[in-house]
Write a protein that binds this ligand. Structure first.
Ligand SMILES: [Zn+2]
Length: 261
């Protein structure tokens, strides 16, 4: 038997967080062409992107320099090289930078009305990082809200609809699959409700010092669903299955410990 467990994402069950970088760095030899500053910037962009689950990273010069140790005079060169190599595209933003990561899928023409309940569930599990949500047949999901802090571990005030309930009375645009609302008072007062793109925009804004446009949010949502459909994302929403696999992995670790010569 091999030394490792054969899963496609070896960090899937890891308790310490990891992030991914593109294989082309080594597979296509890009790394040999990259200057150290470009590599540093690339790592930072990939880290930020995955930390906030977005393919568009919004940041400032100060943050980049502080995190990477790149000198200000080398920053432009690093940016330009990433774009030349086709790894990351960038543009100036009001008070900083936007870095766009090519996730290898097109987003134009993706019809948001065709998302299935299963896909929408995966989106919200991925975005809220709440894999202990509860599910109720009529109302959809109850999840931990990413917009307000609560010390109550069990409190799940974010409601997400997984069915297109045409009979729901409500404001225009508040009907249909993926419609969400937080029932916490603070969140209600801030108007924390809407559709998928509103959720993405508000979530991106939480993690950004700058205004996040609806276009950027739309692109980010589209990237998620396009990647999902291309089989490039693995969002684990089946809790019973996950528990089973975890038990299995625990068992394997146990065995290996005792079979080591
Ligand atoms: Zn809330």
């Amino acid at each position: 038997m091999g030394r490792g467990v054969g899963v496609s994402n070896i960090f899937m069950y890891s308790k310490t967080p990891h992030f991914q970088i593109h294989q082309s760095l080594f597979k296509d030899g890009l790394k040999r062409k990259m200057k150290p500053n470009a590599t540093d910037l690339y790592l930072f962009v990939m880290y930020e992107a995955q930390r906030y689950s977005t393919s568009i990273v919004s940041t400032t010069t100060a943050k980049v320099l502080d995190a990477t140790g790149i000198s200000e005079s080398r920053f432009a060169e690093a940016r330009e090289q990433l774009e030349e190599l086709g790894l990351v595209r960038w543009e100036r933003d009001k008070d900083g930078w936007l870095f766009y990561i090519d996730v290898g899928v097109t987003w134009k023409g993706l019809d948001f009305d065709t998302f299935t309940p299963d896909e929408v569930k995966k989106y919200f599990v991925d975005r809220t990082k709440d894999d202990k949500y509860t599910e109720d047949g009529n109302n959809g999901l109850w999840m931990r809200c990413p917009f307000h802090f609560t010390s109550k571990e069990r409190q799940r005030s974010l409601s997400v609809k997984l069915i297109d309930d045409e009979n729901t009375k409500g404001k225009k645009g508040q009907r249909g699959i993926g419609v969400w609302r937080c029932n916490n008072r603070q969140c209600k007062d801030k108007g924390r409700s809407g559709r998928l793109v509103d959720f993405e925009q508000q979530l991106m804004a939480e993690n950004s010092v700058k205004r996040v446009t609806i276009e950027a949010a739309h692109r980010s949502v589209a990237n998620f669903f396009a990647s999902l459909r291309a089989g490039k994302l693995d969002v684990d929403v089946d809790k019973s299955f996950r528990d089973e696999v975890q038990v299995m992995l625990d068992g394997m670790e146990y065995d290996e410990e005792f079979s080591t010569p």
